[in-house]
Design a protein around this ligand. Structure first.
Ligand code: FE2
Ligand code: FE2
Length: 228
């Protein structure tokens, strides 16, 4: 991208250079639900030196250009989101759910925060499954039809507004899980299942950030633009 300064939107950085998502996650900068903020505002929020962050970003931008989701049309983008992120969630949530249950049952008395982890995880999981069903049954077919036929009867703006609100709620749940688990760090003496649960939750967070970013900042704005 041509313009890189402290006023660049965080989401735009990741849209143009997807691998920057890892740096953002490492720095604790939310590029999906709060990605429409400038880099300077995001850094101020996390007490980070914006100049040092800009230098790290500039270094990454020296690497060869990457393929981005902007190269896909809307139907391909929908297929990408479903096959990469929705299928991943349908596979990982039941496995992770069993681990969260087991770890809370075994270690909940010595680590009471695990009871809260279990409550938040289960709410996240059932809300996300319902959310994906709405996208796959109503919103995504409407977007594909809009691209194919040039029109749709579905009120895109209203449904996208609801989806973005739900993304915000799932982002809040993940932030709470990160805080409760101290950044998914295993406590001393944690058993294999406990460690595996924490790395599974960390992976869930990373994937959900990319998933929400692809919808909030690439798919939805392009669909709305096409609809007007
Ligand atoms: Fe989705
Ligand atoms: Fe979504």
């Amino acid at each position: 991208m041509n313009i890189l300064d402290a006023e660049t939107k965080v989401a735009d950085l990741v849209t143009h250079r997807p691998s920057l998502s890892r740096l953002m996650d490492r720095l604790g900068i939310d590029y999906c639900c709060h990605g429409r903020r400038s880099l300077s505002a995001a850094c101020a929020d996390k007490a980070l030196d914006v100049k040092a962050v800009l230098e790290q970003i500039a270094q990454s931008l020296e690497d060869p250009a990457e393929k981005t989701l902007q190269d896909l049309n809307l139907t391909q983008l929908v297929e990408h989101i479903v096959s990469l992120h929705h299928d991943y969630l349908r596979e990982c949530l039941p496995l992770l759910s069993r681990q969260v249950e087991r770890v809370a049952a075994v270690h909940g008395s010595s680590h009471p925060e695990l009871i809260e982890v279990r409550r938040i995880f289960h709410a996240f999981s059932s809300e996300m499954l319902e959310h994906m069903a709405k996208e796959e049954q109503i919103l995504f077919p409407a977007i594909c039809r809009l691209e194919r036929d040039g029109h749709t009867q579905v009120p895109l703006q209203r449904i996208i507004g609801v989806m973005e609100t739900e993304h915000g709620q799932s982002g809040d749940a993940l932030a709470q899980l990160r805080e409760l688990t101290r950044g998914y760090a295993p406590p001393e003496g944690a058993c294999t299942t406990y460690r595996s649960m924490l790395s599974g939750l960390a992976e869930l967070e990373e994937d959900t950030h990319l998933h929400v970013h692809a919808e909030n900042h690439i798919l939805f704005p392009r669909a709305l633009q096409l609809a007007t």
